[in-house]
Design a binder for this molecule. Structure first.
Ligand code: IMP
Ligand code: MG
Length: 183
């Protein structure tokens, strides 16, 4: 059955098969790096939910998971870089090795804030695993230790990523048709 939202997609950037292969490779790399440790996977809602589900299943370690929800603020003319916590940690993370699971590293504002926050809360280490990296728009000096796929400076949707809360359930990563934004 053709996806109802497919009519809005200009092109597919990363296919379902490519995503599966990359996420499995990342899971294996993370398992190797954290062998014998007990990391806490921390998913950044909502965008990371599908990546998180696939990544933890591809990573055969003793681990547990947690979620946070964050939003960044932008006024009409400038990006403030201010990040707000909408759903906070539900456990003490003192001494834990945290693997932050994010959908996309764009300006870096969200992850720069989050990394600092987790260290303040007593994390022993903070490692970033991002499905996508869009380095063209980076405003903060932050890099991810684990990157699925580096993407060009285009707005992408699918596999958890949204535009106005839609398209998260597309099984691939795609670029929207320009007329979708014009509506
Ligand atoms: P930041 O700019 O690195 O702080 O990223 C903030 C958030 O913006 C990401 O976690 C995504 O949820 C969202 N975002 C950035 N670029 C895209 C995109 O191309 N498509 C969908 N969401 C995006
Ligand atoms: Mg996000």
């Amino acid at each position: 059955m053709v996806h109802e939202m497919e009519k809005d997609i200009l092109k597919v950037l990363v296919t379902e098969e490519e995503l599966k292969a990359r996420v499995e490779a990342l899971g294996a790399e993370i398992a190797e790096r954290f062998q014998g440790k007990n990391p806490l996977f921390l998913g950044v809602l909502k965008g990371s939910f599908i990546f998180m589900a696939d990544l933890v299943r591809a990573c055969p370690l003793k681990s547990d998971l947690e979620f946070m929800a964050l939003s960044s603020y932008q006024n009409a003319t400038e990006f403030s870089g201010r990040v707000q916590i909408n759903y906070d940690l539900r456990q003490d993370i003192t001494g834990r090795d945290i693997i932050v699971v994010e959908d996309i590293l764009d300006s870096g504002n969200t992850l720069a804030f989050l990394k600092e926050y987790l260290l303040t809360k007593g994390a022993a280490s903070v490692t970033i695993a991002t499905l996508l990296d869009k380095p063209a728009r980076r405003a903060k000096a932050i890099t991810a230790e684990f990157v699925g796929i580096t993407v060009p400076d285009e707005f992408v949707v699918g596999y958890g990523l949204d535009y106005a809360q839609n398209y998260r359930n597309l099984p691939y990563i795609g670029v929207l048709k320009p007329e979708v934004y014009a509506k």
